[in-house]
Design a protein around this ligand. Sequence first.
Ligand code: NAD
Length: 546
Amino acid sequence: MNNAIFNLERPENEHTLNYAPGCRERKMLNEELDRMSSEILDIPLLIGGKEVRTGKTGRVIMPHDHQHVLANFHMAGEKEVQMAIEAALKAHKEWESVSWVERVSISLKAAELISTKYRQLINAATMLGQGKSVFQAEIDSSCESIDFLKFNAYFTTEIYKEQPHSQKGIINRIEYRPLEGFVFTVTPFNFTAIASNLNMAPVVMGNTTVWKPSSTSILSNYILMKIFREAGLPDGVINFIPGSGSLIGKAALGHRSLAGIHFTGSTGVFNGIWKSVADNMSGYRSYPRIVGETGGKDFIFVHPSSDPQEVAVAIVRGAFEYQGQKCSAASRSYIPASLWPDIKTRIGEMLSTVTVGDVREFSHFMNAVIDEASFDNIMGYIEYAKKSDDAEIVYGGTGDKSKGYFVQPTVIRTKNPHFKSMEEEIFGPVMTVYVYSDNNFEDTLRICDQTSLYALTGSVFSKDREALNTACRILRYAAGNFYFNDKPSGAVVGQQPFGGARGSGTNDKSGSHLNLLRWTSPRTIKETLIPPTEFTYPYMKADKCH
Ligand code: NAD
């Protein structure tokens, strides 16, 4: 029995490796990329610790070379979803009583395995399967995954320390129980770290999960699963079931023991999940916790006092890194007329040096978008802008899907602040700029606030402190992650807890203790040291004065 009162220090964020020519990590990564590119993996479901093959398969391809198959993955049917739920409920019985010290130790070991033994493996899988450059893979699948695993272990201990006051004669305690039932985790394609965190956050708090990964991130997600197992995660604590979202969703959301949903993805899918929960309400044992981080239409707002070079860099990095496929990617800008010609020239000069291509050629700043549906959707927005009287293409505007799903970085300028591409999430390398007259700063801030249904991230550039304050006030509800003089992407675990409200989600702030609080159902225990032996109270006695 481990009876230690165990203190975990606040961790440091994982150091990012730079993969410069000649260094060891670059050589190891290249070997891994070659190895992975030359084999076709067969990926099973993992239910109750056992591999399950259904024979109904999907393909994992390289987005930059879509005829190249990396793996075939087995897909869950109705039967496998029920098996996964049963396995999660069975494992719950043991896992909930495992000491939290052992639980966080598994999380810390998984972090260490990613940091050392499997860093190049998980990076290579994220590069090849999800189309990330080496740097984007390193900051996501290695650094952010490690940070989530370590910081959540630390936040767990901080939560458990939080205990009520006890008065003379009584002892008060709070027991942090996991939720009663299973947590359904539904993960997006764009961050390996999110796939890890959506499962491991509930798991360190004592829950078990049924995990539906995105069909376009199966390779890295399967590797994660194997790392969790090697770190000591018991059978059935996480059950990995790739397959159709609607099929798996219907079965999992209809189950009586659904205790929570940990979702990241598009607003439309999340709205559908919420509606299903409402429709199934009378059948649940408990009210399911619904946690969802969803879409964004993230902005860069520029005050006339800004430095044009700083703004241009923020736009190029913020809008085009990972092809604009971050929920936090900048996709609309508000630029004062006095600065626009200079900023436009600088963006053009930077983008003229950007190439789009194979992730294995490290010189490319950009790579392919995730799949054909995404390519067609993005090109649809670009074609719409080309035909519109309200917009002009300032840069880019072309794409080619013959070999890979390549879209050139595209800048649209519009005269209409409510133009379609100012309002809707495109999830691709498209930045739309609205140029405002310098003396309309506050009115344009109000337009920015009221333009889109989302409120995820946004940034303001200014050298004038008063202007920053004004923007902060007017845009109070326009973003859950707000930046002064920075791009609106790149939140770091433990430093900028992440999430937005309005149509961007429930704002439960991943990368902080706030998210972990959603995965516990506390029980208060009061102990009376010497219980009373008479039921009457003093006030009931006869008054001798009268
Ligand atoms: P998506 O909504 O298409 O898919 C997300 C997941 O939901 C996938 O696993 C998918 O298979 C599953 N799914 C689809 N239909 C389902 C259903 N009916 N029932 C249950 N599950 C279902 O999103 P995506 O394309 O993978 O990711 C991009 C989206 O995610 C963007 O909108 C982006 O803004 C958002 N995102 C948000 C954050 C954030 O923190 N706010 C982070 C990353 C991504």
